[in-house]
Design a protein around this ligand. Sequence first.
Ligand code: NAD
Length: 256
Amino acid sequence: MRLEGKVALITGTASGIGRAAAVRFAEEGARIVAVDIAEANHETVELIRASGGEATAVHADVSDDADVAVAVQTAEATYGRLDIAFNNAGIMMADDADAVATTTDTIDKTLAVNLKGVLYGCRHQIPAMRRAGAGSVINTASFVASVGAATPQIAYTASKGAVLAMTRELAVIHARENIRVNALSPGPLRTELLMSYLDTDEKRQRRLVHVPMGRFGEAAEMAAAALFLASDESSYMTGANLLVDGGLTAAYVTPE
Ligand code: NAD
């Protein structure tokens, strides 16, 4: 029960990392505000309630500042406080490519969700954490914020680099207010976001050769890392980039 008595707002809870984290955080005693635009978000909330946890679904678009404000208000109105925010919702658009080919529309949409979504989140979550007296913010970046790929999604990469830089600065600004801000950088995962894009064996192998562990990561493995950042076990960590990537960013030559 590492999150007993805590209230956690998580975005992107209809699927992948967000759903796994919502379920895991609830198992550890947190009351969950589950934020997503997808209808399947209700299934996540039902899953948590079915195993005796407490959760509330909020239909919100993280790229809409007013929606994000409502999500934070819901946490305080429903559970009285906000202790943990996991800004995890993100998109990777199919036609996101290199700087020459990527359309302005794709750049704008990607930055609106992946970058502004996180910034709007922090804008509303930090005052709520001040009211609570402390807080832990976790922003989902990516390994692509740390290493370059010749199979590019340039708008996505730009958005994640921005999340990382922003997280570091927020951590420094709020360090003496008992509000910690860390980034979680997943490696390539076996979730809908990546697998819908890597839809052939050849495309998957092109990536896997660069992962020392030789496999894609699982959403549950990211939820476990996020739990560490959310809990008091990481009480002396702020401004960190927790890379959970099967060794990818440490590698030059991977095992045969
Ligand atoms: P996913 O597609 O399984 O889940 C993302 C969720 O975000 C979905 O439920 C979707 O409905 C929601 N969402 C999208 N746009 C939204 C919006 N505007 N407002 C609210 N909700 C919105 O993806 P995932 O693999 O679980 O990814 C979660 C995070 O991890 C993302 O930020 C992603 O960029 C990051 N990440 C993923 C990988 C990977 O390989 N899958 C690697 C590194 C980082």
